[in-house]
Design a protein around this ligand. Structure first.
Ligand SMILES: [Mn+2]
Length: 332
């Protein structure tokens, strides 16, 4: 099956016709873009292609366990040493829009042949060959389809990479995008020798000590509004420093607010070094926080959004609480 957004046959030919391939994961990289890219890189290497991976960013520290992660090269350093020929193919991986390539976009556009593999519904189809399936839980699912099309059985290291993509994009198989196909792939990865408990622990259980220290400072600020249906926490920049933490360690703190029983909408506000306030917002269906974020120049999805506000912290917190209550009382 092939249509304008799902040109799988065209991608297979483009790969077959290429002698070298450059892969482009997206900036602010997550487990799916990095895991899918690395699995694809391993697969293409088995097909005797010369493969490089360029990224206008650095992979997060928590993905440093991934096999071949060292192959992900900083775009600004790597791009000079790669020769582009008429037989070089560029493939963007998991990038929902071409702006997700950051400064590497201009470079991507210089290739004679471009393709992309993605699952974001808002993807405009910016490459010559687009393989977009917005019903796929993760781009890892689409990479698996390439393994199948090329008749290549998945090997253990490839399984670790695909598992990382699939499990992180589905929130460890609990988000609404978790499909039967996700579990079929999971079975296949297990058969390939995936040590799931080892990697599930690394990805979903282990926390940096700085994160725990920061959590210890945020939790006492938990405040409930609207009969316990709105919850939120905040932390000052001084407290972040006291915890020895950086912004990376604040990830996931907001979950403690939205996961409190009975809570429908939640926020976590943190002061930045320059005195602004970054706010993460969460909601449970049918409530939504995208509108609240948009009011403050931010954005995101219905159930997970964010925005940056002017300080001071206390004023920003009052404002965000007022907007959340307004959205809550409005019904959604
Ligand atoms: Mn993804």
């Amino acid at each position: 099956m092939s249509n304008e957004r799902y040109q799988i046959d065209e991608l297979l030919s483009a790969i077959q016709n290429a002698d070298s391939i450059v892969l482009f994961p997206h900036i602010s990289p997550d487990g799916d873009t990095i895991g899918s890219t690395l699995a694809l890189k391993m697969m293409l290497t088995r097909l005797k292609k010369r493969v490089t991976v360029v990224l206008d960013d650095t992979p997060p520290e928590n993905l440093s366990f991934l096999p071949d992660i060292y192959c992900v090269r900083r775009y600004s350093e790597a791009s000079h040493s790669i020769t582009i020929t008429d037989e070089t193919l560029a493939i963007a991986v998991d990038a929902g829009g071409d702006e997700r390539l950051g400064d590497a976009l201009g470079y991507f556009q210089r290739f004679k042949h471009t393709a992309q593999i993605d699952h974001h519904p808002t993807n405009p189809g910016y490459a010559q060959v687009n393989v977009i399936d917005d019903e796929a839980s993760a781009t890892a699912i689409l990479i698996n389809r390439l393994f199948e099309a090329f008749g290549l059985p998945i090997q253990r290291e490839e399984a670790i990479c695909l598992y990382t993509g699939l499990s992180t994009d589905t929130g460890n198989f609990v988000y609404k995008n978790t499909t039967a196909e996700a579990f079929h792939l999971m079975a296949k990865l297990m058969e390939a020798g995936l040590p799931v408990s080892t990697y599930a622990r690394i990805l979903f259980r282990c926390k940096e000590k700085e994160h725990i220290a920061l959590l210890g400072k945020a939790l006492p600020t938990m405040r409930y509004l609207c009969g316990g249906e709105i919850a939120g926490m905040h932390i000052s920049y001084a407290q972040i420093l006291e915890a020895g933490a950086t912004s990376e360690h604040t990830e996931g703190v907001v979950d403690y607010a939205i996961d409190a029983a009975g809570v429908k909408m939640a926020y976590f506000a943190r002061e930045t070094e320059d005195g602004q306030v970054k706010c993460s917002l969460r909601a449970l269906t049918p409530y939504r926080v995208d509108g609240v974020a948009a009011k403050m120049g931010g954005g995101g999805h219905q159930l997970a959004a964010g925005c940056t506000m002017q300080g001071p912290l206390e004023a920003a917190v009052s404002k965000i609480e007022a907007y959340l209550q307004e959205a809550y009382l409005g019904g959604v």
